[in-house]
Design a protein around this ligand. Structure first.
Ligand code: 5AD
Ligand code: SF4
Length: 458
């Protein structure tokens, strides 16, 4: 097999941040096989669609994209070239061989637990199409190669690190326990080694990922199961690592230590994504969320007691089966009470194989649409209010890259807001204080607070 980097792989990722992480790992597995990444599908010898199954719309996108891929493949083959096509991710896991029946021109269907076997699977797929949706006994994490430092650096100063995968909660709307399997936590030493390697290559911020990240219970070097806050405290000792984030959390696993850490660990960013889904106790029970509305509100109170400025984010589902107007009002009231800095909201989408999909009390599409609009309008107002409250303050910005205008740099505030400012020597990876002067379309606009404006422009 060619080892010269002459072959090109195009990876397109859908859905969550874990898929972004997985896409990078797939590229890392393929690099020693001679593949370099391309951003142009038409140039690719290998096309990987890393798919999402969470809602019907996301899953259906794959099939329309496969139509486009098939045309590209035909063009390439007509010109004497070749293209292998891989469907990876959660649609692959959920639909398996059905994908080969529904879409022509797919060589390999591979589930999220088998990426480390990609080279062997691709070889086998040269003979006939292959489906691999096993949950293998060997962990992919042990077998995945690490990228070269230059590659890590190109990916930016903020990196994702999956520390936990799968979910044992079985919310009645959700496919994750089926597509990603049971909860598994990576061992502490493996995570420390990965983070140290990232930091050595210039990474300043890590986002620890897991479908249920605050249920993390990986084996520590002492043989004991470590919790997420214990892991974060240890990671914070890594010289050069400035910021730690984590997502996604379940309210049921917000323990005292994790809440306390937001008050006393400077590296822990003041941002918490804590999905509530609904503000109605009846709907939360029907969703099998294992907590009520008041419990959620009490957690928020406790987090704010130790970190009053924390940015809160959540996921919401409207139109869950049986959701009455009164239930929806409860959700609106909860939002009004909390005040969110960010949010993701969705119409309920029945997923095959999940209990809620069989519920007879499905909500009509027009009701879902109206509720979603109303809810998003409120959340948009809250998001704008949160950003507006930053105007006049000075915030530390982790500089990521040059902005659209000459001399401009962009980065992130501790609250995960995008900030654009006149760089004046700031480099990617620096953390600089920026005084926020106003709101742009997609970011906050500010000036460096550590350099006198007059002295510089003279
Ligand atoms: N329909 C709509 N939204 C869903 N989510 C998960 N499953 C569904 C579904 N069947 C949303 C939840 C979850 C987020 C990742 O996606 O809000 O927190
Ligand atoms: Fe899905 Fe619920 Fe698990 Fe989140 S906690 S991944 S919504 S089953």
């Amino acid at each position: 097999m060619a080892q010269d980097g002459s072959r090109k792989v195009y990876v397109k990722s859908y859905g969550c941040q874990m898929n972004v992480y997985d896409a990078q790992r797939m590229a890392d597995v393929l690099a020693p096989e001679g593949f370099s990444e391309t951003t142009e599908m038409a140039d690719a010898d290998l096309v990987v669609l890393n798919t999402c199954h969470i809602r019907e719309k996301a899953a259906e996108k794959v099939y329309s994209e496969l139509g486009r891929v098939r045309e590209m493949r035909r063009d390439r083959e007509a010109a004497g070239g070749a293209m292998q096509v891989v469907v990876a991710g959660c649609v692959a896991q959920a639909e398996g061989g059905e994908i080969l029946r529904r879409a022509k021109g797919v060589d390999l269907v591979v589930g999220p637990q088998s990426y480390h076997r990609l080279p062997a699977l691709l070889d086998a797929a040269r003979v006939r199409p292959v489906v691999d949706t096993d949950f293998p006994a060997d962990s992919k994490f042990d077998a995945l190669p690490q990228p070269r430092p230059e590659r890590t650096r190109q990916r930016g100063v903020s990196a994702f690190v999956t520390v936990q995968e799968g979910c044992d909660k079985f919310c009645t709307f959700c496919v994750v326990p089926y597509t990603r399997g049971a909860e598994v936590s990576r061992p502490v030493t493996a995570i420390l080694a990965e983070v140290e390697r990232l930091v050595a290559a210039g990474v300043r911020e890590v986002s620890l990922l897991g479908q249920n990240v605050n249920a993390y219970h990986g084996e520590g070097p002492d043989g004991a199961a470590w919790t997420l806050p214990r892991l974060m405290r240890r990671l914070a000792e890594t010289p050069g690592l400035a910021r730690i984030r984590y997502t996604t959390s379940h309210p049921g696993d917000m323990d005292d230590d994790l809440i306390a850490l937001h008050g006393d660990l400077p590296a822990a960013m003041p941002y918490l994504h804590l999905p509530v889904q609904s503000g109605s106790d009846a709907i939360l029970a029907a969703m099998n969320r294992r907590h009520g509305r008041d419990e959620y509100l009490r957690i928020i109170e406790r987090v704010r007691a130790v970190r009053p400025d924390i940015a809160l984010s959540s996921d919401f589902i409207v139109g869950f089966p049986g959701e009455t107007d009164a239930d929806f009002r409860d959700t609106m009231a909860l939002i009004a009470e909390v005040g969110f800095a960010a949010a993701y909201s969705f119409k309920y989408s029945p997923r095959p194989g999940t209990p809620a999909a069989d519920n007879v009390a499905q909500i009509p599409e027009d009701v879902k649409t109206a509720r979603l609009h109303e809810l998003q309008a409120l959340l948009d107002r809250q998001l704008r209010a949160f950003n507006a409250a930053t105007v006049g303050r000075t915030v530390d910005v982790l500089v990521e890259k040059p902005g659209k205008h000459p001399g401009q740099m962009v980065g992130k505030s501790p609250y995960l807001q995008a900030v654009a400012f006149e760089g004046r020597g700031a480099q990617a990876g620096d953390i600089v204080p920026v005084r926020i002067g106003g709101l742009g379309n997609f970011s906050l606009l500010g000036e460096r607070a550590d350099i006198e404006p007059d002295r510089e422009s003279a």
